[in-house]
Design a protein around this ligand. Structure first.
Ligand code: AGV
Ligand code: CA
Length: 308
């Protein structure tokens, strides 16, 4: 039986590709997708997700959205990428198709809560954005905790430097935690079974020209590969990693990774705000991915994308 899954993401290129990976994986039954207003502008990322689904001609989950701003918003130049994704010329092919879903999209927390409470078996949550909306949902409906079997999240920098270089920050935090450290800490303290895919492992998984060449080779017979190629071309020249696509792979093919149980402490104030440090005496026990097999990961992405 495929595993029931919800995916909370914030519309960047690697988020969308992680979402497609889950959507196309036979092991996964993707039941709902929620767009958080993090590394994107929510209205743009929401429309873009509908266009992705229309373009791929696939049936699937409800797509929901949240308008909540982050306590520490992402840089504008990263968020603006959602406008460019939404305007991809490739989506012109959608003009004569029936749209995947009509209207504005339900509130993320409501859609996720409905999905989790109606599921016969417990649900796995994949979170590749800040925890703001998951924390909201659990505050509103704490009984849902027991129906989330596992939460897998791209977040944190455990034994490596972070990627936030905002004013007044010491550089130890990773963006998804820094954007809303209080919600992150709340979720960490309320869900027992959490797996973290931190920068420690994603730093080793950069999008390379060699990978793009392999993707291009299969893009004349695979719509998903063609779309992935166009999305990656938007971030060509930047230092871009497979962050959230790796996180989706951690559910689909966990044997690619080495994991270690660690106790993690979240700093919620001051210059280290958003830091995910290890701690022996305090903190929450989580499963942390520390290494991944790059070849197996890339092969997995290419083989799943080649399905359509
Ligand atoms: O910190 C990684 C998170 C991931 O969820 N995001 C990007 C991924 O979606 C923030 C981020 C870090 N560096 C970035 C980011 C960059 N150069 N461009 C856009 N977003
Ligand atoms: Ca993301």
């Amino acid at each position: 039986m495929p595993i029931p899954v919800i995916h909370n993401h914030d519309g960047h290129v690697d988020d969308i590709l992680g979402c497609i990976l889950l959507w196309l994986s036979p092991e996964v039954d993707l039941q709902a997708v929620g767009i958080t207003n993090g590394d994107c502008y929510f209205d743009q990322a929401y429309e873009a997700m509908l266009k992705v689904a229309t373009f791929l001609d696939i049936e699937g989950p409800e797509i929901a959205v949240s308008e909540d701003e982050m306590p520490n918003p992402f840089p504008d130049n990263w968020r603006r990428e959602s406008y460019i994704i939404n305007e991809l010329p490739l989506f012109g092919a959608n003009d004569f198709k029936k749209p995947y879903q009509q209207g504005r999209g339900r509130r993320l927390e409501t859609a996720f809560a409905d999905c989790i409470s109606h599921s016969k078996t417990p649900v796995t949550a994949i979170v590749t954005c800040p925890m703001t909306n998951i924390a909201n949902m659990l505050r509103e409906q704490p009984q849902l905790k027991s129906k989330i079997t596992e939460l897998i999240t791209m977040s944190g920098a455990v034994q490596v430097p972070g990627n936030v270089d905002a004013e007044g920050c010491d550089g130890s935090a990773e963006w998804n935690v820094y954007a809303d450290p209080v919600s992150y800490k709340e979720v960490l303290e309320s869900i027992p079974n959490i797996t973290i895919i931190p920068l420690d492992v994603t730093n080793e998984l950069r999008v390379t020209p060699e990978f793009l060449a392999r993707l291009e080779k299969q893009s004349d017979r695979s719509k998903a590969s063609l779309l992935a190629l166009k999305l990656f071309s938007l971030v060509r020249g930047f230092e871009y990693y497979f962050w959230d696509t790796v996180t989706a792979a951690a559910l689909v093919e966990p044997s690619i990774f080495t994991f270690k149980d660690m106790k993690i402490d979240i700093t919620t104030q001051g210059k280290s705000m958003g830091k995910t440090g290890t701690s022996i005496f305090s903190g929450r026990k989580v499963r942390v991915a520390l290494q991944a097999n790059k070849e197996r990961f890339e092969d997995l992405v290419l083989s799943i994308f080649a399905r359509i």
